[in-house]
Design a binder for this molecule. Structure first.
Ligand code: UDP
Ligand code: MN
Length: 304
């Protein structure tokens, strides 16, 4: 019976929210609530999301100094890491942030799983830190404010890929995201189910919204993207490959990710069943530390 209902749910059309509510918030520097009018949902999910937002239509934004755990998802991007780490540490020191850096390194040849790596690394964070910043290794910090915030914040608004800064869509939620530990626990972290490339960041945004959180974005935040070949061209070790079979397999995984996200968007998957409370099938190969930087090597025992 449930199956038929699910099939009908998957077939229902979705469209943009458009009429998002007006959120009340205190001015706090350059932070603003993310506008989700562009999110595409089915009629029943739209109603659910707007009901939740109406019940939580006020945000009280507080920023101050707290201990930070910054986590970098990583495999085989040595050139980027070499350029990124000193720039990052300079910024953190300039801003007097009390930080630790965890590199969550995937140490196997299975498809990459950014979100699961991040989930696992949070388990190794200093219990005294109050917030996470999840930071891609290719997002060079041009202008990023790393101070604690009691709300989740996408830390950038502009991105420079070649020569000029361009505005980035508010609801694209990857790259550099600040999340208070309390909120991370409340939304059950990331989903563990997205392999290789795509959609885990959209899922992460929706997890916030469905639990009544109102993520913000920093309207003046800027990053410089280090160039790399299209993610879909990476083989299982993260090396670029022009083999058709690799591209085909990556596209298959990417389609699978789209399908999982579509099921979540339609209310067919529950975030309480998949997240930091359900991380399985991994082994920690090693943990090593060197000046504020800890590398956690993680092997996935199983992928799909
Ligand atoms: N990543 C990595 N090795 C990989 C794939 C991804 O280290 O083989 C990490 C890295 O931090 C990267 C992030 O995951 O910045 C996001 O992946 P990618 O840059 O490929 O995706 P994009 O956001 O550029 O589409
Ligand atoms: Mn990238």
């Amino acid at each position: 019976m449930k199956k038929i209902k699910d099939i009908i749910q998957m077939a229902l059309p979705s469209s943009k929210i458009q009429n998002d509510i007006q959120i009340k918030y205190n001015q706090c520097g350059t932070l603003r609530p993310i506008n989700i009018s562009e999110l595409s949902l089915t009629i029943s999910m739209k109603k659910k999301v707007l009901d939740i937002r109406q019940q939580h239509d006020k945000i009280n934004i507080i920023r101050d100094n707290q201990k930070l755990t910054l986590i970098i998802p990583y495999r085989n991007r040595e050139e980027h890491l070499k350029e990124f780490l000193p720039a990052l540490q300079n910024r953190l020191n300039e801003q007097n942030i009390d930080y630790e850096i965890l590199i969550a390194e995937q140490n196997d040849t299975k498809p990459f799983n950014r979100a699961k790596l991040l989930n696992i690394a949070t388990l190794y964070s200093n219990p005294e830190s109050k917030y996470f910043v999840f930071h891609d290794v290719d997002a060079m910090p041009t202008l990023l404010d790393y101070r604690y915030c009691n709300q989740t914040v996408k830390l950038f608004n502009y991105i420079n890929r070649c020569k000029e800064y361009e505005k980035y869509p508010q609801t694209v939620f990857g790259g550099v995201t600040l999340v208070p530990k309390k909120i991370f626990t409340d939304i059950n972290g990331f989903s563990n189910n997205y392999w290789q490339w795509g959609k885990e960041d959209d899922d992460f945004l929706l997890r916030h919204i469905l639990k009544g959180h109102m993520p913000l974005y920093d309207t003046s935040g800027k990053i410089n993207m280090l160039p790399h070949p299209r993610a879909l061209l990476s083989d299982s070790q993260g090396n670029v490959s022009t083999k058709k079979s690799i591209l085909k397999n990556n596209e298959k995984l990417s389609q699978r990710n789209k399908k999982i996200f579509s099921m979540f968007k339609r209310g067919l998957l529950n975030q309480d069943d998949d997240g930091i409370n359900s991380i399985t099938d991994y082994t920690i190969s090693s943990i090593s530390a060197k000046n504020h930087i800890k590398t956690i090597k993680i092997k996935f025992d199983k992928s799909l």
